[in-house]
Design a protein around this ligand. Sequence first.
Ligand SMILES: Nc1ncnc2c1ncn2[C@@H]1O[C@H](COP(=O)(O)OP(=O)(O)O)[C@@H](O)[C@H]1O
Ligand SMILES: [Mg+2]
Length: 351
Amino acid sequence: MASIEFKQVTKTFDKHTVIKDLDLTIENGKFTVLVGPSGCGKTTLLRMIAGIDPQTSGQVLINGKDVTSIAPGKRGVAMVFQNYAIYPTMSVRENIEFGLKNNKVPKAERTRLVETISDTVGLHEYLDRKPSTLSGGQRQRVALARAMVKQPSVFLMDEPLSNLDAKLRVQMRIELIELHKKLGTTFVYVTHDQVEAMSMADTIVLMNQGQIQQEAPPDVMYRQPNNLFAAQFIGVPPMNVSDLAGVGGVRYGFRPESAILSDKPAEHHLLLRGVIVTREMLGSETIYQVRSGPDAFMVKCTEDLFSVDQEVYLGVPEAKLDFFGMDNNRIDKAHKQFDDYMRRLRGFSHG
Ligand SMILES: Nc1ncnc2c1ncn2[C@@H]1O[C@H](COP(=O)(O)OP(=O)(O)O)[C@@H](O)[C@H]1O
Ligand SMILES: [Mg+2]
C-alpha cells in the first residue's frame, strides 16, 4: 500500500517542457486513472513514479518519502505496459516466475506465489502453455501476473488494454476492477480513453498539455466539469457548446442526453428550432444531430421517434444548462452573472 505525491514537478526533454510545476496526490489504495489526449504527458508522469525517467525538478514522494535517489527496482512499484513484454519461448509459469528467479526468491516461495497469483488472474490451467497459444486477454493476464508476483505497493499501468479488441477490453475492465478490489493496492492507470477512465476509476485525473484540468470521482467529473476541456473530453458525444448571444466570450453547454426533442414547442429555458441532419440508431438509444442556425447539436434519446430532415424543437431545462466564461472555466451557480446568463438564454430561445 502506498500513496504517491508530486510536489512542484517539472519534466523537460531537451528544451521542451512537458510538465510544469505539477502538484498531485494519489491516494493509497485507490484506483486512480490518469486520462487525457495523446501527448499530454501521462506516460511521462508514470515513468517518473517508476523512476525510469526521473523528473527534472521537484519531488516525487512514495508514502511520504522522497524517492528521487531510489532506483526503479527499489520503489515497490510494478509497471504493466501496452506492449507487454512476455517471453515467447517461456511457458506461462516461467514468464511469471522470471522476475522472482532474478531476485533470488527461494524455489518453494516462487512456486507458492506463482500458484496463488495465477489463480487470482485465472491462468492456473494455462501455466504450462506457451504464450503463443493464448488469447490476447490471457496474454495480458500473464503481463499482470508478472507484475503481481513482485507484490508491489503500487501498480502502474500504461494503456494496458489498447491492443485488445473492443469486447475483450470491456471484459478486462471488469477484471481489473475486481483485481483492484481483491488486492486493495494503489493502482495508477493511464489511458486516453475516457470510457475506461469513467468505468474504472475511483478518482480521475484529467490532463491536457501537461497540466491537470480536474481531479474528481467520475460522477463529479461528469456533472461538474471544471472547464470546457473537461466538459468536452468526458462523455460521448461530448457536451454541446455554443456562444451565448450578446455576451462576448461566454458560452452555454448541455449534455446530449439533457436535451428533449419534440415536434411541438414546450416550456424550457433553452428552446430552439432545428432540423434533424443525422440519425444513429444504436439499439437502446438513438443519437440525432440537430442543426439549428449556425449550430449542430448532438442529442441522445432513449426512443427513436424522429427521422432525418424532420423539423423539431430542442429544449433544455434550466438544471441541465452550464455556462463557461472567457477563461473557459465553468461558471458556478453562485456567480453574480449566472441568473443573467440564464435569462438571456430564455430570451434568445425561439419557438
Ligand atoms: N524521451 C522523450 N524525448 C523527447 N520528448 C519526449 C520523450 N518522451 C515524451 N516526450 C514528449 O513529451 C510529451 C508527452 O509525452 P507522453 O508522456 O508520452 O504523452 P502521453 O503518454 O500522454 O501520450 C510529448 O510531446 C512527447 O513527444
Ligand atoms: Mg502514453
